[in-house]
Design a protein around this ligand. Sequence first.
Ligand SMILES: Cc1ncc(COP(=O)(O)O)c(C=O)c1O
Length: 400
Amino acid sequence: MPLAAIAAKEGTPVYVYSAAVLRERYRAIDRAFGAYPHALHYAMKANSTLALVKVLRELGSAADANSIWEIEVARRAGFEPAQIVFTGVGKSQAELECAVSLGVKAINVESAGELSRVEAIATRLGRTARVAIRVNPDIDAKSHPHISTGLKINKFGVPIEEARELFDTLASRRALTLVAIHLHVGSQITTIEPLRRAAAVATDLSLHLMQRGLPLEYVDLGGGLGISYDGGEIVSVQEYVDALVAEASRTSLPIVLEPGRAIAGPAGVLLATVIDVKPRTAESEFAVLDAGMTELLRPALYGAFHQIEPVSRRADADGRQYEFVGPVCESSDVVGRDRQLPPLAVGDLVAIRDAGAYGSAMASNYNRRPLPPEVLVDGGAWRVIRRRQTVDDMMALESQ
Ligand SMILES: Cc1ncc(COP(=O)(O)O)c(C=O)c1O
């Protein structure tokens, strides 16, 4: 990708995405299913920038939205309500009313209380709400604790025993149609076992319901497939899909997946400029970047690793050890620890890799830093798909 040219024109920090990688990552998961019926609902929480969502819709993707505002973006990207599943542990009354009125493919319900709220809204509106019940299978995703969601102590979903009790009530609840069992045990999962076990739980519960005459439409196995941020070996897309199909095919139901990171993560880099270099320890220096936790929160939030590379390499000299930090007034504003790189100088451009998912989507205005622009490289050309925020944009909501 023409990173130096983009940085020269748009300045840094700037997110740059490859449409080719985005498409290939989507197609890799799609292809892995072979003839088995399935639908990929791209998890917009990973990155919901309109142009990227549109690229995926054009490939045949459906959408997984985590708020009414993500549903709105999905609609603006051209998705029909019947292509949207609505997830999220805390859906407000307004959000539920909107989802029921729209008639989304499913509201993935997270508690008995939420199911009752959906029922009351549907009854009042004279509609039938399509719901999936998100079960909490009490499975350790073996990912970082902050992005593991499938243990009983996590806030997500309905415990299996309670879910079974809820199922018993469904036949008499005329305003609700149960379309699927849903689960999602975490993100950045790099081994097959938790994913396979979760699929087995969803399959067993679906079979249980089908045997009792409830005509489910699909089984929703969530997202969670990890990517290799550091080049280490992780479960392949094919191994992942094969394991899910092996389990879910016991029901013959189509599989719905909600992949986010595995599609968008490798498609983006964050470009930053070195704005200062200063001594740290006898062995290492600080490289202060113009991008930090405000642009890419993941390293500060949960010690996430992103490869950092110089955009143009200096041919000379041995590598040096750098602590890459951002400009934000927090000691946790570290982008990369203990990295061995060719010598860096002020003004050098670096690329922070695999930043396409949970990067720009988590950016903030802390320290009054404007949201960075985003650029999409597609077929040899590139264009700005979100301009840099200005101070006026930022202050437009405020009054004296
Ligand atoms: C319910 C649900 N589905 C899908 C995803 C997407 O996960 P990932 O980006 O790891 O594929 C998430 C993310 O945490 C989620 O909570």
